[in-house]
Design a protein around this ligand. Sequence first.
Ligand code: ADP
Ligand code: ADP
Length: 237
Amino acid sequence: MLVLQNLTKQYGAKDVALKNVSLTIGQGEIVGLIGPSGAGKSTLIRCINRLVEPSGGKILLDDVDLASLSAKELRRARRRIGMIFQEYALVERLTVMENVLSGRLGYVPFWRSYLRKFPANDVRSAYALLDRVGLLAHADKRADALSGGQRQRVGIARALAQEPDLLLVDEPTASLDPKTSRQIMRLITEVCVERALPAIVNIHDVPLAKQFMQRIVGLRAGGVVFDGKPEALDNEV
Ligand code: ADP
Ligand code: ADP
């Protein structure tokens, strides 16, 4: 479970990007973040794993306050947070399988063919994940040989290989066509439900958010202006 308490981020002297945001996200709950450009969606996502340093407030992941961890503790805590990116952030020269295993490792090593160095269990679960995302036949292809939708499937499998307690998803379909976008959103929501994995999805496409998200949080000028079921959004706007 993730609890944000009065999360605040101020970049410059008066550039307040997040103002006292408080949210509770339960086990297996998938929350879509919507709002106009500049509303604070990326800042909110990045504060949670401290790619952006919060200016104030608490970020409780199962009772550990991520906002107050030292650099060393933070490295360990980040292993519990899976990330899925708009541009996939794969290592192009590595194979699909190697990309997924790098999620297990938490970093990308400089040497090739490190499959052999992984415990058989990790390799087995990586194959199972590739099967789940529909890429088993592509395990040995280089990442740069895949289509955008396939790359995002690798991104999803890599994040899950971490066995995270929380998934942060930043505009996962912004580079994909509408049909592929729906397939990717369906996959993300399904794997979260299967694992009771809480997720926050920065999703700029409101119709897509309404189709796939159980709960929508609307941000405007750094504050929460809507928090509810997608159906309730229709009465708001
Ligand atoms: P998006 O619309 O996807 O959030 P932006 O174009 O707003 O992307 O931001 C791209 C990058 O620039 C991000 O890393 C963001 O943190 C940074 N950024 C956005 N606004 C500012 C700003 N006013 N000053 C400095 N960096 C900014
Ligand atoms: P969104 O993701 O909703 O487009 P952002 O979180 O990117 O919003 O931005 C929220 C606000 O914070 C904007 O006013 C933006 O200009 C500002 N901002 C974002 N990143 C930076 C940065 N690195 N430095 C200064 N201001 C930033």
